[in-house]
Ligand binder design. Structure first.
Ligand SMILES: N[C@@H](CC(=O)c1ccccc1NC=O)C(=O)O
Length: 261
């Protein structure tokens, strides 16, 4: 099915899923020192909500998981604020003009850092290589190396790469509302709660007293996976969350290639 959007088309029958699936096996990725997700049938006495156990007509599982630690999730500024803000209230539109870029984080001391130069250079290159004139609403950052084990990596205490404060400020100043990345956080794992990139992107100056120009509708999606076959460039992004009233929700970002431009 082709959909016409402004001056180009996308093929809805060719979705590119950049989410990581969530399972209760050792395959599941984990960040932030928690255990793997639990998915198990409800039990009432000798009744088990599992058809193969012979007592139940339906499979009826409880699921225990953490959106930040167990896979692809989208968060709003409520992730870092004293007051409660829900991603389900922040994200009210679901299709965006997006640019996929690939960056190799730079070694700075003990850290691997995505710098402002990485972002500005990659954005300009992809600008020059396409005719799409629409304003970029979302940026998708694929980091190198791009091993498949990102889909099941155990990130706790590994000091993963992160985004510099300058890079996050540059993205905000580019008026990009949605940031997607294949890492567990845009910030350094152990940073004493500084959260410089989160704050810069959302324009949060004081987490206890929000400034009026904080970016209430901007979102960060972490722990995506973009496989190597998907070229850098322009896409239409469909960013969907489950309707949790929480700072973050598991999410399913989908890309569509742009045809006929
Ligand atoms: N770097 C923070 C912790 C942190 O960022 C964090 C902790 C638990 C769950 C998610 C986190 N950040 C996600 O982007 C700190 O060291 O305090």
């Amino acid at each position: 099915m082709l959909a016409k959007i402004n001056n180009f088309e996308i093929d809805l029958s060719k979705p590119i899923d950049i989410s990581i699936s969530l399972t209760n096996t050792e395959e599941n990725p984990i960040a932030w020192y928690i255990e793997k997700p639990v998915i198990e049938p409800v039990v009432f006495g000798d009744w088990i909500g599992k058809v193969s156990e012979g007592k139940s007509s339906t499979n009826f599982n409880n699921i225990f998981f953490n959106p930040h630690g167990h896979g692809t999730h989208t968060e709003c500024l409520g992730h870092i604020t004293n007051d409660f803000y829900s991603v389900n209230q922040a994200l009210k539109q679901f299709f965006f003009f997006a640019k996929l870029i690939t960056v190799e984080p730079e070694k700075i001391g003990e850290d691997l850092v995505i710098t402002k130069d990485h972002i500005s250079t990659s954005l300009n290159v992809t600008n020059a290589s396409t005719l799409l004139t629409e304003k970029t609403e979302a940026i998708i950052i694929r980091t190198l190396p791009n091993q498949k084990d990102k889909k099941s990596r155990k990130y706790s205490n590994t000091n993963p790469p992160y985004l510099s404060e300058d890079a996050a400020t540059f993205i905000r100043e580019s008026e990009i509302q949605h940031l997607l990345i294949d890492l567990p956080s845009v910030d350094k794992e152990h940073d004493e709660g500084k959260l410089l990139a989160h704050k810069a992107f959302w324009n949060v100056k004081d987490t206890h007293q929000l400034n009026a120009d904080a970016r209430f509708e901007a979102t960060i999606t972490e722990m995506i996976f973009v496989s190597d076959e998907i070229p850098d460039g322009n896409y239409v992004l469909n960013l969907q969350i489950a309707s949790f009233e929480n700072d973050a929700s598991p999410s399913k970002p989908i890309l569509y290639s742009i045809v006929n431009y």
